[in-house]
Design a binder for this molecule. Structure first.
Ligand code: 13P
Ligand code: SF4
Length: 313
């Protein structure tokens, strides 16, 4: 089957069945093309929250599908490849959160959505990269504290602390994303040398020394909107995040030029889905092998911090 035939078959199956396909900006571009909605973690959660379809096929990593499942317990959330996971989540376990809570009684626990459902269940509120600053500000006011516990991404914690002025105690110190933390100041200096007129946009999962050399820091959707709303004289952009977002923007804004900050900014975990797998899932919607289900006792506790985040942002 050619890619074109595959695409047509998927679109036909999608029309026949009660299903919504969600895709993150880091998905392979051909998957983004067949999705009903493409967005960042927050946009995907919001869309999952308001959907009426019986089935959601989630082309993203496991924590995103888990979140959609927790807020849609009456629906079927399916992931085309269950090996698509976010390694950052492994930096934080419920036991680590409990230890920090014991050491810092009274501090609110903010958990990045890039975490397991069991960790979310131990938190007071979740956040994504697009609302971390706002969430930290709001929850510290609500708890009347000058600090919060924040995990698992130490770089996002640092960014939220820098912008909010609220101390973000990192749970743990070393949590990071392998895709973003490989970007170093020397890559920025080098690429700026090649494209001196380009605006440089980076994700808040990048380290502080990289963020400080950029023109804009934001989530994937915030970077997308920064380009979308840019004046016509801004023609060139260097993208400091996973290549899928660059591919999306290159398609949507053909009058602008996009350059990766360095070679191989690829999240291999996000690239584990394929059109073939999506077609297979569409043909086998009731096959439990693809369904993401969080144990009810964990889902019951994890839903509160997720809904709190959605209501606060
Ligand atoms: P966004 O919230 O910007 O989509 O980021 C998710 C993510 O996993 C970044 O690596
Ligand atoms: Fe996780 Fe990093 Fe991949 Fe995002 S880019 S899903 S944080 S590994």
């Amino acid at each position: 089957m050619t890619v074109k035939e595959l695409l047509q078959e998927i679109l036909k199956l999608k029309q026949e069945k009660d299903v919504l396909i969600l895709a993150h900006y880091y998905q392979p571009i051909e998957i983004q093309e067949i999705a009903d909605y493409v967005g960042d973690s927050l946009g995907l959660s919001r869309t999952a929250r308001k959907t009426n379809t019986e089935y959601i096929i989630f082309a993203g990593v496991d924590f995103m599908a888990e979140t959609a499942s927790i807020i849609n317990q009456d629906k079927h959330v399916l992931i085309p490849n269950y090996e698509s996971c976010c390694p950052m989540a492994a930096f934080l376990t419920p036991e680590i959160v409990k230890t920090y809570k014991k050491e810092h009684p009274g501090l609110p626990v903010v958990v990045y959505v890039n975490s397991t459902a069991a960790v979310k269940a131990e938190s007071d509120i979740c956040c994504t990269s697009s609302n971390a600053v706002k969430i930290v500000e709001k929850i510290s006011k609500e708890f009347n504290t000058e600090a919060v516990l924040f995990g698992p991404d130490a770089n996002l914690a640092d960014y939220a602390e820098q912008l909010s002025g609220v101390k973000c105690l990192k749970m743990p110190d070393v949590g990071h994303c392998y895709v973003h933390s490989q970007i170093k100041p020397e890559h920025i200096i080098n690429v700026r040398d090649i494209y001196p007129k380009a605006k440089l946009l980076v994700h808040p999962e990048c380290k502080r020394d990289v963020r400080e050399l950029s023109d804009f820091v934001g989530s994937t959707a915030q970077m997308y909107n920064r380009v979308k709303n840019s004046p016509s004289e801004e023609k060139e952009f260097i993208i400091g995040t996973e290549i899928g977002l660059l591919e999306r923007m290159a398609q949507d804004f053909p009058n602008k030029n996009f350059y990766p900050v360095m070679d191989k900014v690829i999240c291999f975990n996000m690239k584990k889905h394929s059109l073939e797998l999506i077609k297979y899932v569409l043909e086998h919607l009731d096959d439990k092998a693809f369904e993401i289900k969080v144990p009810p006792e964990i889902a019951k506790r994890a839903i509160t911090p997720i809904m709190r985040m959605l209501d606060y942002s």
